[in-house]
Design a protein around this ligand. Sequence first.
Ligand SMILES: C[S@@+](CC[C@H](N)C(=O)[O-])C[C@H]1O[C@@H](n2cnc3c(N)ncnc32)[C@H](O)[C@@H]1O
Length: 280
Amino acid sequence: MHITAAGIEGARKWDAMVYREHQQTDRFRDPPPDADPWTGLAWNFSPPDRDEKDLDPAVNVVETYLDPGDTVIDVGAGGGRLAIPLARRCARVVAVEPSPAMRARMDAAISELGVDNVEVVPERWQDADVPVGDHVICSHVMYATTPVLPFLEKLHDHANKRVTVMLRERPPQANFHELFERLFGEERIALPAMPEFRNLLESVGIKYDLHRLEDRPHGMFPNPEAALRRSIQRLFLNPGSASAKRLAEILPECLVPDGEGVRFSWAEPQRGWLVSWSTE
Ligand SMILES: C[S@@+](CC[C@H](N)C(=O)[O-])C[C@H]1O[C@@H](n2cnc3c(N)ncnc32)[C@H](O)[C@@H]1O
């Protein structure tokens, strides 16, 4: 990757968005609990069963770029949602994942599904000392990544052949922005997402293929209690705090029935995107 002044400016804009969002979060959040933030959520990032009926559509796109002898590095592999199906389609997957809760889910899935070609690396990507692979993927990890340029350069430099990044059109918290505004009376500052990532790639001179993935319904909950639990988490509150109590009061007027459960009245489906570029 050749970094020019335009690339540094592109990365500065990205980092500034993350910084502003974090500053606002810190002004309103409850004291952070001393726990892995993915505890209780890791199950959502499980791989599909052997029959793969819930396969993430990104796997089918990544597959078109893979040779059977390739090594894939999955950065922020979560519970193995992509790492494990990809392991069936290439020689080896190196799954870099810092969260103990996510790794526990991935380890359990590896045993249940009898997969023997996934190596789990318990580190953040910035700290991971892993050999170069053929294809590096990074799915729904980068929204809060800062400083973004060294992270992106490391993705690029660790791929002999190709890098693929998945992000949504809007950050995963987007359907909670309106709730934040109703609770705290201030417009929510957004994290960067795919439009900003494409600008970043263009600023560093990377030419990429772009694939639209399926929409993912978002903001749907099995019941109002689940909506409250998730909202408390997404707004970085602690159950029982003053803000969490106020949230519980305003939440019912924000929810409408949806199928078997509920959703925010303003909820929109989440548009998914995949970008991929050659490093050869
Ligand atoms: C939303 S989950 C996505 C998991 C998986 N990639 C997927 O698409 O199912 C984001 C994951 O990125 C991991 N993560 C966050 N920051 C990271 C970093 N700096 N390096 C590596 N992984 C990171 C988190 O621990 C979490 O497992």
